[in-house]
Design a protein around this ligand. Structure first.
Ligand code: APR
Length: 234
């Protein structure tokens, strides 16, 4: 099925797109995330109980970013945004900066970003390339403590209104490298219109695979460049 060149496309990505860059996915290690239980590092309760552990955990994740590079799948999605005549909205659940470095600009990080912090006092969102701890203070208000700008379990993801508005009017929705375990992202496929083309690109079928009309199985670095070339007709 060919799409009008000015159609709106929404692409959702998950940890699978960064796997071949060397970043571990979440659900490939028995519920452990880099040797930690999610409840110990990725919930507001964990931050309240043991802030030092949570700061350290995200400091380590942040420090690992300069050692990894965008792969062919990230680069292909940046190409799609540059060359497609209509809007391409890229929504990622990933907190790494690989889409940004690949060149995607119409990009929403719905689960936050490792390289940002948020002031607990004035709520300013701040660029934060280095380490963060309990003594870190907000440069905007000069007083507030700073937390990682990460959406933890139990918190509301970012930019939901604009994501749903675009889902309702998109002609194509594609989900890449996400297991479909975590909502609301897993429910996006159900928010598109009845005519929308829906495609899942993943190593194995996700938990919500049945909701997609088309499926492509394989590695993101193989599937995504080919899919983008197909959409661009080259
Ligand atoms: N190419 C394509 N898909 C891959 C690849 C690859 N090279 N490697 C793994 N995958 C797929 C897996 O088959 C799996 O379906 O990527 C998916 C990764 O799933 P998860 O680890 O569950 O990651 P994700 O869906 O992004 O998790 C969602 O859960 O822990 C939270 O907030 C965290 O954003 C995260 C959210």
């Amino acid at each position: 099925m060919t799409l009008p060149r000015e159609a709106t496309l929404v692409i959702l990505t998950g940890a699978g797109i960064s796997a071949e860059s060397g970043l571990r996915t979440f659900r490939d290690a028995n519920g452990l995330w880099e040797n930690h239980r999610v409840e110990d590092v990725a919930t507001p309760e964990a931050f309240h109980r043991n802030p030092a552990l949570v700061y350290r955990f995200y400091n380590e994740r942040r420090r690992s970013l300069p050692g990894v590079q965008p792969n062919a799948a990230h680069l292909a999605l940046a190409r799609l945004e540059r060359e497609w005549a209509g809007e391409v909205l890229l929504v990622t659940q990933n907190v790494d900066d690989l889409h940004d470095r690949a060149g995607s600009r119409n990009l929403l990080h719905m689960h936050g970003e490792l390289l940002k912090g948020r002031c607990l006092g004035c709520h300013a969102v701040l660029d934060w390339p280095g380490d963060m701890d309990s003594d870190s203070r907000c440069p905007a208000c000069g007083r507030g403590r700073v937390r990682p700008h990460i959406v933890w379990f139990g918190e509301v993801p970012l930019e939901m209104e604009s994501i749903y508005r675009t889902l309702e009017r998109c002609a194509l929705f594609a989900a890449i490298g996400t297991s479909g375990h975590v909502y609301p992202a897993a429910g996006f496929v159900g928010a598109v219109g009845p005519e929308t083309r829906t495609v899942e690109l993943n190593l194995e079928p996700s938990r919500v695979a049945d909701a997609f009309r088309e499926h492509r199985a394989g590695r993101a670095t193989d599937l995504v460049p080919a899919f983008v070339a197909e959409l661009l007709g080259s």
